[in-house]
Write a protein that binds this ligand. Sequence first.
Ligand SMILES: Cc1ncc(COP(=O)(O)O)c(C=O)c1O
Length: 412
Amino acid sequence: MEEFEDFTQSPKLREVRYDVRGPIAREAARLEREGHRITRLNIGNPAPFGFEAPDSIRMTMINNLATAQGYSDSQGIYSARIAVAQYYQSRGMTETDPDDIYLGNGVSELISMVLQAMLGPGDEVLIPAPDYPLWTGATTLAGGTAVHYICDEQNNWWPDPEEVESKVTDRTKALVIINPNNPTGAVYPREVLEGLVDVARRHNLILLSDEIYENITFDDAEMVNVCTLSDDVFTITFSGLSKTWRVAGFRSGWIYVSGPKHRAKNYLEGLTLLMNMRMCANVPAQHAIQAALGGHQSIEDLISPGGRLHEQRTVAHRLLSEIEGVDVHQADGALYLFPRLDPEIYPIEDDEAFVIELLRQQKILVSHGRAFNWIDDNHFRLVTLPGVEELEEAVAGIADFLQSYRDATVRA
Ligand SMILES: Cc1ncc(COP(=O)(O)O)c(C=O)c1O
């Protein structure tokens, strides 16, 4: 019998990482198979924490099932695109047309397609560190090079446009902004965003603005859509239904292209080619978009003082801050906290091993900082989606684990 070689993955994947769903999640699944109950604070998935989609969204999908059996236009159904166009019109982008909107199976698919259509070997994309790691992984998979600019923990985790500009080379094609930010919870002020737009303007970069958390901000934080800050910078804005409308499983998102589109004709033809090759986004979920964008926005009740999301992030922040050697910025938006463990007190050498140990001892699953392309081993991310009681229990577990870590360090 002839000996064949094993089936192996493409070398394209060699440098591609997506550790938020990597070895730690596998260890959690193993522990669950052994019968342990794991508190999952690792993925920003609202539904399992009792966040239900508004009824109007579900009813619209159900009512349209019969007419949603065929493929749609690859760019998306008209009623949804006009609803998204009006959404941006109401934010001041009065010239927006349904043809500027492209629908996809969540922002994730659109990130991949936008980058695949844009990048050649060695083309560079400026991406924040820490980042939502799909941006780095999808850039690498598309043949490009992710160049990280550092967000400043000492300054509310905001990026510094000068630092961003210092990373521009003649190979830089695009600048990614994630605002509100995953994993830090930062919401960037207008001046910072204007600085970033200026960098893109001066260096002829495409702005890629991931605004999936745009409607999840707290207290006085002001959300500014980057597209509203210029009409001379080609900008692709990403958003969708997963977070604000709590239907991550429906896989429904969009991009909005704005600025000097006449200079991007060839690029948009490439993007359309990729859209055509995948036929269309899930059609029933496209129908959900129009229902989502109209009427009362129930997210408002969740993010206001007294609302679940507001309370949970406040409680989680307070309890984490009380632990010795833990520094954590309060989140102004999104669904996460990204605490720092003082390296003098917690001399962690491998943050992934650290969170696996937390998982084994306390059955609490968080994500390590390096999974977000962060530069040291002293951060982790947790989601603030569980109810207050569950969060209190989880943070108490984290506190116990950190206490035992400190005790062991003192003994050593
Ligand atoms: C910053 C950011 N962008 C995009 C996504 C993916 O969104 P979608 O469910 O629309 O694919 C997430 C999901 O957590 C995210 O945090």
